[in-house]
Design a binder for this molecule. Structure first.
Ligand code: FES
Length: 140
């Protein structure tokens, strides 16, 4: 089994690992946040955790994804797959964020077909990063 992992492309199915949805806890969404009030990023994190999170998606808090002007921001990552940062999100986007995260987790390379991506992922992508072991992207 280990040999298969060494020679095959890495991906969540091969490694048995979930996709991780990182949520920036410190995003202020361009708003002044009164002292003692919850940061909008923390509010988004709480809303995501209160929803029905797909079993193959793990939500992890993180401080700053270096996209502060676009907050609230989240990032999706998986072993051997492309990674993405999405911005301008809020609690109303929770169902679509989780739907997109589940679709992402179902891939082995992090590339969800364009038409299957939630609109917020199509229009609010800030950046994507190739996997450490590069895979080729299918032509569109
Ligand atoms: S504070 Fe959220 S990306 Fe920087």
């Amino acid at each position: 089994m280990l040999l298969v992992g060494l020679f095959a492309p890495f991906g969540p199915e091969r490694l048995g690992m979930a996709a991780v949805l990182y949520v920036c806890m410190t995003c202020k969404a361009g708003q002044p946040v009164p002292e003692g009030a919850a940061q909008p990023g923390a509010t988004l994190f709480a809303a995501l955790n209160a929803a029905a999170v797909p079993a193959e998606v793990e939500i992890r808090p993180v401080e700053c994804l270096s996209a502060c002007d676009h907050g609230c921001n989240v990032a999706l990552s998986q072993p051997g797959g492309w990674s993405y940062v999405y911005g301008r999100l809020g609690p109303d986007d929770v169902p679509e964020i989780l739907r997109g995260a589940a679709a992402y987790a179902a891939t082995t390379d992090g590339i969800v077909p364009w038409r299957e991506r939630p609109v917020i992922f199509r229009k609010q992508s800030i950046a994507r990063f190739p996997p450490q072991f590069a895979v080729s992207e299918p032509s569109k």
